[in-house]
Ligand binder design. Structure first.
Ligand SMILES: Nc1ncnc2c1ncn2[C@@H]1O[C@H](COP(=O)(O)OP(=O)(O)OP(=O)(O)O)[C@@H](O)[C@H]1O
Ligand SMILES: [Mg+2]
Length: 379
């Protein structure tokens, strides 16, 4: 099995644009070697990204040539130089509601440092805890927003356990544009990107902090998202590095918190809410998932987990309650088959649930982004 030192030795033959061996440039992240698969990132000043792209390619090729390496993924990340010149934009994006939006459109020159050109609003679907149905909610919410006539993208930010390849039955790999940028996969009229499209499903996800950050940054900044009204980001569980990176690197318009009704999950939801508040991202509301069980045989309803906990919690925390989604075998089966319920059973009750949630999200986005017009009554 190849080691980190083998990888570094191979990289010593790869030269930076100014002729230095790559390991001596101080641009490399930690190198993760797992099961013959190698991941690392090269972080350079964003102005120099173009010159570095051939270096990234050579680095990938050099690592692939190391005996025993089955695959290599090298991410190239542009970092804004900090404190460069007077009037430089602040490194931390402004995330208050109503903060300036990046203007969509090609060829647009000075853009907000944190914005993704052409993307109007980015929202995170998150929870403190795993397995509560974030990914299922993210996909169906995105489809619900699409059904409202919005142009929607999905970014699977769950680097450790990407879900979009499965939830949307995506097997193909994204194409590159001009060798440096990736084209998102198009599904159900939405633009979709996931680290899962780039690496094998069986790859053990032994990513470390720096890798998580650079992979996320790359998926945000080096993908041709095009013009989108909303980008829905499926977050990994927890309140760790990845969430903070997202919140710091992207001007999130808001966060949707998914919780199951149990107390325990709600404690985690509270933690999630607290985290977004800490970084000034408005919490758009809570979705109660697996809220109640509708018997497919008799139509009877059972509140398995003590339904209603999330609504009460939302009230207590002063955040909107966005709606409840039942625990239903059809939702699970369709999700697992890559046929999300809003796309494949649009006339059913579940699709309606998600569309109602989507409508509330859209409304609160408008509230968060655009102040309601003042009505002046003339005397
Ligand atoms: N409302 C629902 N009814 C039935 N099954 C559901 C529902 N929501 C989610 N599931 C199922 O629960 C499982 C976990 O859902 P999902 O992967 O969306 O959760 P997650 O919070 O994204 O998990 P992770 O933390 O691992 O990313 C999946 O098998 C999914 O199909
Ligand atoms: Mg998930």
């Amino acid at each position: 099995m190849p080691t980190k030192d083998d990888v570094l030795a191979a990289l010593a033959d790869v030269l930076s644009p100014d002729g230095k061996p790559l390991p001596a440039t101080g641009t490399l992240s930690d190198i993760v070697v797992a099961d013959g698969k190698v991941f690392f990132s090269i972080t350079v000043d964003s102005a120099a990204v173009k010159q570095w792209e051939p270096v990234r390619e050579r680095a990938e090729a050099a690592v692939r040539a190391v005996p025993g390496v089955a695959s290599a993924l090298v991410a190239l990340t542009g970092e804004r130089a900090s404190g460069a010149g007077g009037g430089a934009p602040p490194r931390r994006p402004q995330m208050q509601p109503g903060a300036a939006r990046p203007q969509p459109g090609p060829g647009h020159a000075p853009q907000s440092p944190a914005g993704i050109p052409g993307v109007e609003a980015i929202i995170a679907v998150a929870s403190g805890k795993g397995g509560v149905g974030k990914s299922t909610t993210a996909v169906n919410l995105a489809l619900g927003l699409r059904d409202l006539g919005l142009k929607v993208g999905i970014l699977d930010a769950d680097i450790y356990g990407p879900s979009m390849p499965k939830l949307l039955a995506i097997r193909e790999r994204p194409q590159t544009i001009g060798g440096t940028r990736l084209k998102p996969i198009s599904r159900h009229g939405m633009a979709v990107m996931s680290i899962g499209f780039l690496i094998e499903e069986e790859t053990p996800m032994i990513w470390r902090g720096p890798m998580v950050m650079s992979a996320l940054t790359q998926m945000l900044r080096e993908v041709e998202w095009g013009a989108l009204d909303v980008m829905v980001v499926d977050m990994p569980p927890g309140t760790g590095d990845a969430q903070l990176t997202m919140a710091q690197q992207v001007p999130l318009k808001g966060a949707v918190i998914v919780s199951t009704p149990q107390d325990l999950a709600l404690i985690d939801a509270r933690r999630g809410i607290a985290m977004f508040r800490r970084v000034n991202v408005p919490v758009l509301g809570i979705v109660e998932n697996m809220s109640y069980f509708l018997c497919p045989h008799c139509g009877g309803r059972t509140d398995i987990f003590g339904h209603g906990g999330a609504r009460a919690e939302a009230e207590r925390l002063g955040v909107p309650f966005l709606g409840e989604v039942p625990l239903d075998i059809e939702i699970r089966e369709k999700s697992d088959a890559g046929l999300p319920v809003v796309a494949t059973a649009p006339d059913g009750p579940h699709a309606k649930c998600y569309r109602d949630i989507a409508a509330r999200v859209r409304d609160s986005l408008q509230v968060a982004g655009r102040p309601a017009p003042k009505i002046v009554i003339e005397a």
